[in-house]
Design a protein around this ligand. Structure first.
Ligand SMILES: [Zn+2]
Ligand SMILES: [Zn+2]
Length: 103
């Protein structure tokens, strides 16, 4: 009989080192890193921040002030309501329009 060794992956919080050992209620680990990544992004409680760190519910506060709850600002950063514009690109400088009088 041959014993075949396989590797499974689990999300581990980069801050407190908590390991997630339940996925979609059915699995204790997943077969691929990409699946773990998908699980993290689908679940409301864990999050992946802009540095690619996985953060558990206890640690996934706003990247600026650590407040909770935080959510993705659309630019890949976790922010609270107060900081939702913190990482947003600066608005373009207003262009100066010169009006030429029409004669
Ligand atoms: Zn944590
Ligand atoms: Zn904040």
């Amino acid at each position: 009989m041959a014993i075949d060794e396989v590797t499974y992956y689990r999300a581990k919080c980069d801050v407190c080192k908590t390991v997630q050992d339940e996925y979609w209620g059915d699995f204790s680990a997943l077969g691929g890193q990409q699946e773990v990544r998908e699980w993290v992004s689908e679940d409301d409680h864990w999050a992946e921040n802009s540095d690619g760190q996985f953060l558990c519910p206890e640690c996934r506060g706003c990247e600026v002030c650590k407040a909770y709850p935080s959510y993705d600002d659309g630019f890949g950063h976790l922010v609270c309501e107060d900081h939702e514009d913190h990482f947003a690109p600066a608005p373009a400088a207003p262009s100066i329009v010169k009006l030429t009088p029409v004669r």
